[in-house]
Design a protein around this ligand. Structure first.
Ligand code: HEM
Length: 461
């Protein structure tokens, strides 16, 4: 442990929010606390304290893998109730983390992205068909709802060869989505519980939902095993059949179930939010939208229904910048936690015990002074190559950090860039509801009730 004199030790502001009680927007509440109390503060809720940090210098330190590692904090402990030792919620020391990570990594290599591209395009076209039908009827589209349909079908088809058929269910989602959202909501709400209240009914409802998720997973796995298909070139194939590169063992049945639930959730919920925020910003920023349309026109000409090649997606640089910037302002998995490997002083002045959790509040890190004078401004130029090269890599962490960072990042970005490219190429967006951004939290972030109306692009647009 590094020693510091008592003068060097800093006092961390302690903010007790128990009087306000549980809120359904805890993340936005924490952002307000950071604005008011600065980049390091301790939040107390019903006797439980949590340390938050938001500044680039401290996050840079927390990203040092020699001194810090992922912390499975209270939110993920709750999610563990239904994903157990799946990749996202596994403890660092659990043998199944390293084992599954090694076995599943090939599913996220560049060659695999190439293999997923056709399934991603198939589902993007389902969304476009649904949006064409809305356009023909002149009715608005509910953006987050349709993005969720799109991303669930994509991870289902590309990762598991399983079709959730989300666009043929009318206004309903696949019941997996409703059960999953309730499970995530339960995990979030449990964080702010009044310890004296009775939560039996909520807990029973949660158990029923978690059991339902498991039956969907059994269907997904059962469909593959019944087909006699032994491919190992997608996620499910790797989970079921691939031996560990070092010791030749495969994943056990309980862990496979945890991984399938993990990937079905992690693989769609956050990407859906990211696409929704990106569309929101494009709707409100005609210049950024114009540049996006120009980029797709250069690639696909005036064909409203192009056949994007795998390589095209890497050429949609502006659209990728739009997505990056949307994820800067609203990183849809908006916090991650770190813990010290040994007792230490963070920033040379905040004592931390080994194993003690620290939450990085990503949306506030993304508004650090390193981002300039007007961090609230949506400006995709922040992700121009020169601007990126001039900035610390630790200023931007929508996908977490280090060894436990998001394994699905390229998957999400390929899928989202392609869909956004196809949408801006085909439609004009009309802000018929004069939408004002409100953010809904269900552990992840989404623009609440965001709708828009579509019009066909003409050659003059
Ligand atoms: C981990 C964000 C898409 C699968 C993470 C973490 C973040 C994140 C912040 C780290 C959490 C922590 O440190 O506790 C996002 C965002 C996405 C996205 C913002 C979309 C825009 C995806 C997709 C998949 C995926 C598409 C799968 C196909 C995972 C998994 C982990 C993870 C399995 C755990 C990795 C490990 O600990 O080994 N993600 N994610 N994510 N993500 Fe993503």
């Amino acid at each position: 442990m590094t020693h510091a004199t008592s003068e060097q030790m800093a006092t961390v502001p302690l903010v007790d929010v128990s009087a306000v009680g549980a809120t359904d927007t805890p993340l936005q509440q924490a952002m307000r606390l950071a604005r008011r109390h600065g980049p390091v503060f301790r939040r107390r809720l019903h006797g439980t304290d949590r340390l938050f940090v938001t500044s680039l210098d401290l996050v840079t330190e927390l990203a040092d893998e020699e001194r810090f590692t992922k912390h499975v904090g209270p939110a993920l402990e709750n999610v563990r109730e239904f994903t157990a030792d799946g990749l996202f919620t596994a403890y660092n020391h659990e043998a199944n983390w390293a084992k599954a990570h090694d076995i599943l990594l090939p599913a996220f290599a560049l060659t695999s992205m190439r293999a997923y591209h056709p399934a991603m395009l198939t589902v993007a076209r389902r969304l476009i068909d649904a949006w064409d039908a809305r356009l023909a009827r002149g009715t608005a589209v509910d953006v987050p709802e349709d993005m969720t349909r799109m991303t669930l079908d994509t991870i289902g088809l590309a990762g598991f060869g399983y079709d959730f058929e989300s666009f043929t269910r009318g206004d309903d989602h696949h019941p997996f989505v409703a059960a999953m959202v309730r499970c995530l909501d339960w995990s979030m709400n449990k964080l702010g519980r009044d310890p004296d209240a009775d939560h039996t009914a909520e807990d029973e409802a949660f158990r029923a939902d978690a059991a339902f998720l498991a039956t969907v997973v059994d269907d997904v796995v059962g469909a593959r095993t019944a087909s006699g298909d032994t491919r190992t070139d997608d996620l499910l194939g790797l989970m079921l059949g691939a031996p560990h590169p070092a010791d030749g063992t495969t994943l056990d049945a309980a862990n496979i179930r945890n991984q399938v639930i993990t990937f079905l959730i992690a693989g769609h919920e956050t990407t859906s939010g990211a696409l929704s925020f990106a569309l929101h910003h494009l709707l409100k920023d005609p210049v950024a939208l114009r540049l996006a349309q120009r980029e797709t026109d250069e690639l696909w000409g005036d064909d409203p229904d192009p056949e994007p090649a795998f390589e095209d997606i890497g050429r949609l640089r502006w659209i990728r910048q739009v997505l990056n910037e949307a994820l800067r302002l609203w990183p849809t998995a908006a916090a991650f936690a770190r813990e010290a490997r040994e007792d230490t002083l963070l920033g040379g002045r905040y004592p931390l015990r080994a194993g003690e959790g620290v939450t990085v509040l990503t949306p506030m890190l993304h508004r650090d002074p390193a981002w300039g004078d007007n961090p609230e401004l949506f400006d995709p130029m922040r992700f121009a190559p020169e601007a990126e090269a001039a900035r610390s890599p630790h200023a931007y962490k929508p996908f977490g950090t280090g060894e436990r960072a998001c394994i699905g990042r390229q998957f999400a970005l390929h899928e989202a860039t392609m869909l956004l490219g196809l949408l801006v190429h085909r439609y004009r967006f009309v802000d018929s509801a004069d939408y004002r951004l409100r953010i809904k939290e269900t552990l992840t972030l989404k623009p609440d009730g965001f709708t828009l109306t579509l019009a066909r692009r003409t050659s003059a647009d």
